[in-house]
Design a protein around this ligand. Structure first.
Ligand SMILES: [Zn+2]
Ligand SMILES: [Zn+2]
Length: 266
């Protein structure tokens, strides 16, 4: 089992040292843990660093620390170096430049920022009321399609996080999500099953459990992430979710080494 979506104190809104997450993963019997803290947001002038991510200048020490832990824990648990990266079409060229020289195991592409506000920040839930939900969902999933097309990422992270606070159009999510799943299958990208949503108002994974069978039938390869922001959250809800994934036919999860895919049995 692996957990590929873990934050650390580097991002300024999670607690715990990298090492504490690794030890937690080991204690929970994980074979592998991917550290994927928020990539510096220098390509997003709309945001401030203060409570969101490390500075671009800090990224080398983050990488160094994770790489050291790789060696230290070598025989006990596989530690991988990743990052969760904010995508925005408007800032794609800057991001492409920044990422070109990054030597990491994998990059998770996500969207948090839309219309200049963070859509998954609990302080912003009132903002959803200002929108026509259909139009806002279209906008979000168009941006997800851009993310997929960009070719910058190995993994698409919390693909439908827009549902986090239960602001969901009456007709549901399927019509928005399906075209994105098709693009992911076409591009042979890896899709993250993110379990953090189970502890949020929506009480479901991203993407939702209803889509597991569809994803499998489409041949979509997946990985698993807890989106832990404190060490105790590593591997949260994995047991129950793995069972569901196996039930629909999945027998492996994708892991990455130097941006190359590997298949791990579950
Ligand atoms: Zn995120
Ligand atoms: Zn995250």
């Amino acid at each position: 089992m692996l957990d590929y979506h873990v934050h650390t104190r580097y991002c300024r809104h999670a607690s715990g040292e990298v090492k504490e997450y690794v030890i937690e993963g080991m204690n929970k019997g994980l074979k592998e843990i991917g550290i994927s803290d928020h990539y510096p947001i220098s390509h997003l002038p709309q945001l401030s660093y203060n409570d969101y991510s490390m500075d671009l200048q800090e990224f080398p020490s983050y990488k160094r620390e994770v790489n050291q832990l790789k060696k230290i824990f070598n025989s006990k648990i596989d530690v991988k170096l990743g990052a969760e990266v904010d995508y925005l079409k408007a800032e794609e060229s800057t991001l492409r430049k920044n990422l070109a020289s990054e030597d990491v195991d994998y990059l998770i592409g996500v969207i948090h920022l839309l219309d200049n506000w963070i859509i998954d920040d609990p302080r912003n839930t009132h903002k959803y009321l200002e929108y026509d939900l259909n139009a806002f969902y279209n906008k979000y999933f168009d941006e997800i399609q851009n993310l997929i097309r960009s070719g910058l990422f190995d993994i698409v992270g919390h693909i439908d996080v827009i549902k986090k606070f239960n602001h969901i159009p009456e007709e549901g999510i399927e019509q928005y999500l399906m075209p994105c799943l098709e693009s992911i299958a076409d591009k042979e990208l890896c899709l993250e099953v993110n379990t953090s949503g189970m502890d949020r108002p929506v009480k479901d994974t991203y993407p939702g459990k209803n889509f597991f069978k569809i994803m499998f039938d489409m041949g979509i390869q997946i990985t698993l992430g807890s989106d832990a922001h404190q060490p105790s959250e590593v591997g949260r809800h994995f047991e129950v979710i793995l069972k569901l994934l196996k039930n629909v036919g999945y027998s492996g999860l994708i892991s990455f080494k130097n941006r190359e895919k590997e298949l791990t049995k579950i």
